[in-house]
Design a protein around this ligand. Structure first.
Ligand SMILES: Cc1cc2nc3c(=O)[nH]c(=O)nc-3n(C[C@H](O)[C@H](O)[C@H](O)COP(=O)(O)OP(=O)(O)OC[C@H]3O[C@@H](n4cnc5c(N)ncnc54)[C@H](O)[C@@H]3O)c2cc1C
Length: 355
């Protein structure tokens, strides 16, 4: 007798096509491997062709689950590269991954408001290429992860970047969501839009009216978010990346206090990343310094590379973004604030917004 799981796989294949249901192979193995200690394996990876497929799949799962004692789960992933956190781990061996790579439309770019509509499958590279083609009047924030990571998946996971728009969940709104019961909802002012008319306030004020519900769909998988609006940042006239470091391991408290103060006073508006020496070494060294075959660095190599790359125990990095005049003022304030302490300040050359 055919197992319930196999029966379900056959029905899913009828919706999305056989090649879009993976039960083995390289890509399946990749999605079955996690950096988590606890490993679960998906029943299959489903690759819907479009939004309509998503609706049909959710309906199918509801029908099948209502008729069986054995329940199957659907776990949405946008690009499935949540490395170091959950990867694409669903947390159950009875789960099917819903890989939304094909929902990769970029639409409704508004070059006055600086907003753009992105599907779940839109990657960092895709959005960057799109904005570049539009003349880089607006910038996106980016993570330090792969260019092939999804912008929306990362934002729903409350990922982080570097610029003043680095707190990613803050910058998405107006979600289109397919709920577990198969119904579609839109959040924010988008709930008042339809295919023929876009509600005037959509994309401008993420809170909409009434209870704010977007948070329910963040770090939750309580719905399948198919699209959202992303607020971009206006390309600044110039930006100045900076590094603040300390050679004394115990000075981390001073470093954190100063950065906090600079952020609270809005001298520094960007995200600030603080790395210890190991992380700085990992970022600075290339394969010729540290071959992949070598698991750990010897103390001697560590010292040598630390000196050669002029690294310190703790390093904070961020950037100033604004007009040339603004950046000059903030740079002076930054310098003055840090000179009082035993902190070392360095900055890269000032770059104009096309640099
Ligand atoms: C070297 C390295 C550097 C990294 N740097 C960064 C960094 O700078 N910043 C950072 O934030 N992360 C970083 N990461 C972690 C990770 O790679 C990124 O956060 C990545 O963007 C997450 O994977 P993803 O975009 O494919 O999301 P996915 O894996 O697709 O999604 C993550 C989770 O979000 C939920 N989800 C995804 N899509 C949907 C949807 N459409 N509807 C509902 N729920 C959904 C699911 O629970 C899913 O498991 C780094 C990882 C490595 C290895």
């Amino acid at each position: 007798m055919m197992s319930k799981k196999l029966e379900l796989v056959n029905k899913i294949e009828a919706i999305v096509g056989k090649p879009n249901v993976l039960t083995h192979g390289e890509m399946f193995d990749e999605f079955s491997t996690s950096t988590m200690k606890e490993q679960t394996h998906p029943c299959a990876v489903i690759i819907p062709n479009n939004k309509n497929d998503v609706f049909q799949i959710v309906k199918l799962f509801n029908d099948v689950n209502s008729q069986n004692d054995e329940k199957f789960q659907l776990h949405p992933i946008s690009s499935g590269k949540n490395w170091g956190y959950t990867c694409s781990e669903a947390g159950s061996d009875n789960a099917f991954l819903l890989y939304l790579v094909n929902l990769n439309n970029i639409t409704e770019y508004d070059d006055t408001l600086g907003t753009v509509r992105i599907g779940a499958g839109v990657t960092q590279k895709q959005l960057y290429d799109f904005l570049k083609e539009k003349g880089l009047k607006f910038w996106m924030d980016a993570t330090g992860s792969s260019v092939d990571c999804s912008v929306l998946g990362n934002s729903l996971e409350r990922g982080f970047g570097h610029t003043p728009a680095g707190n990613h969940f803050e910058f998405i709104s107006d979600l289109d969501v397919v709920l577990g019961n198969g119904k579609a909802i839109s959040t924010g002012f988008r709930q008042f839009s339809d295919e023929s008319k876009r509600f005037a306030s959509e994309g401008i004020y993420k809170w909409g009216v009434g209870p704010y519900v977007d948070g329910i769909f963040s770090q939750s998988t309580l719905g399948i978010v198919t699209e959202a609006t992303l607020k971009l940042i206006a390309a600044p006239e110039c930006y100045l990346p900076f590094f603040i470091s300390t050679q004394k391991d115990t000075n981390i408290n001073v470093l954190v206090d100063r950065i906090r103060d600079l952020r609270e006073r809005q001298v520094v508006k960007s995200c600030v990343h603080i790395t210890n020496l190991d992380k700085s070494l990992q970022a600075a060294l290339d394969e010729s310094d540290w071959p992949l075959s070598k698991l750990s660095l010897s103390d001697e190599d560590r010292k040598r590379h630390t000196k050669a790359y002029m690294l310190n125990e703790w390093t904070a990095s961020g950037a100033l973004y604004g007009s040339v005049e603004e950046v000059e003022v903030w740079k002076k304030k930054l310098n003055a604030r840090l000179q009082m302490e035993s902190l070392k300040y360095s900055s890269l050359a000032k770059l104009n917004s096309n640099g």
